[in-house]
Design a protein around this ligand. Structure first.
Ligand SMILES: Nc1ncnc2c1ncn2[C@@H]1O[C@H](COP(=O)(O)OP(=O)(O)O)[C@@H](O)[C@H]1O
Ligand SMILES: [Mg+2]
Length: 256
């Protein structure tokens, strides 16, 4: 079966004062349809660059990024992108923020409203649909950003440390909510994090990257059942996989 997203021998250099700097070196990675893949690795190993290339925001230097077998030529409604910063319009309500993402779609205002409501419901913000962002907690703002991405109906969600700015408890709640949403409306997810627990808890597979140059170091399967629960999080198998990921991130960071 054709992978949903395919990185084929992708390299990327940036020009710095002293010359060229190799940020990504020959990355090969396939992400299957409906897979939940997390990406971890030391700061500066090229995680955001890799994701931005899948989003069509950054071009690869050499190599190819394929979406359903077709080269990515730019951003598109088939991919929803969520960054650590919530990037909501402060003067618009939750509902209007979510509807905004649908403005470019050829649908009626009624249909726009219906889709926005469904997405808001999925992330559990129905009671706050008419609230302005400044009245919401960080976690709620991020849920609003997720709803906005979802409303467009993308087949792929690209998430770059989306929960990085949140406190530990909110983070765990949003992880569970994201998995709940994903189990109901399966999308392909590429989720970047620097939190090893988060990487293992969410994923079917964890991609561990290495730095200087940025590259795929290891890919670790997470053979844990969904739904992921507190019981799964506390299981010996979870601890085993978590340690494996941690070692693989830590040892190569220590070696650098
Ligand atoms: N537009 C750019 N110009 C120059 N260097 C960049 C640019 N974008 C990223 N880099 C460099 O490429 C490397 C990888 O960056 P990034 O993808 O943001 O890493 P990560 O997300 O893993 O922390 C870093 O050393 C960063 O400084
Ligand atoms: Mg980054």
């Amino acid at each position: 079966m054709t992978p949903k997203i395919s990185f084929r021998n992708v390299s990327k250099s940036f020009t710095l004062k002293g010359g060229d700097f190799l940020a990504l070196d020959r990355v090969d990675l396939d992400i299957a349809d409906r897979e939940f893949v997390t990406v971890v690795g030391p700061s500066g190993c090229g995680k955001s660059t890799l994701m931005s290339m899948a989003a069509g925001l950054v071009e690869p230097g050499t190599g190819q990024i394929l979406l359903d077998g077709t080269p990515v030529a730019g951003p598109g409604p088939d991919r929803g992108v969520i960054f650590q910063q919530y990037a909501l319009f402060p003067w618009l309500t939750v509902r209007k923020n979510v509807e905004f993402g649908l403005k470019l779609q050829p649908i009626s205002p009624q249909e726009r409203r219906r889709r926005a409501e469904h997405a808001i419901d999925l992330v559990g913000l129905t009671d706050f649909a008419d609230a302005l962002p400044k009245t919401l907690s960080g976690g709620m703002k991020q849920r609003c950003a997720i709803a906005r991405a979802y409303a467009v109906g993308p087949q792929v969600l690209l998430m770059d440390e989306p929960f990085g700015a949140l406190d530990a408890l909110t983070r765990v709640q949003l992880q569970d909510q994201l998995l709940d949403t994903w189990s109901r409306e399966r999308r392909t997810v590429m989720f970047i994090t620097h939190d090893v627990d988060e990487a293992v808890y969410l994923a079917n597979r964890v991609v561990v990257m290495a730095a200087r140059p940025g590259r795929v170091h290891r890919v670790i399967d997470v053979d844990l059942p969904y739904p992921r629960t507190e019981e799964v999080r506390l299981s010996p198998e979870f601890a085993r996989i978590r340690n494996e990921v941690w070692h693989s991130v830590y040892h190569q960071a220590a070696a650098a």
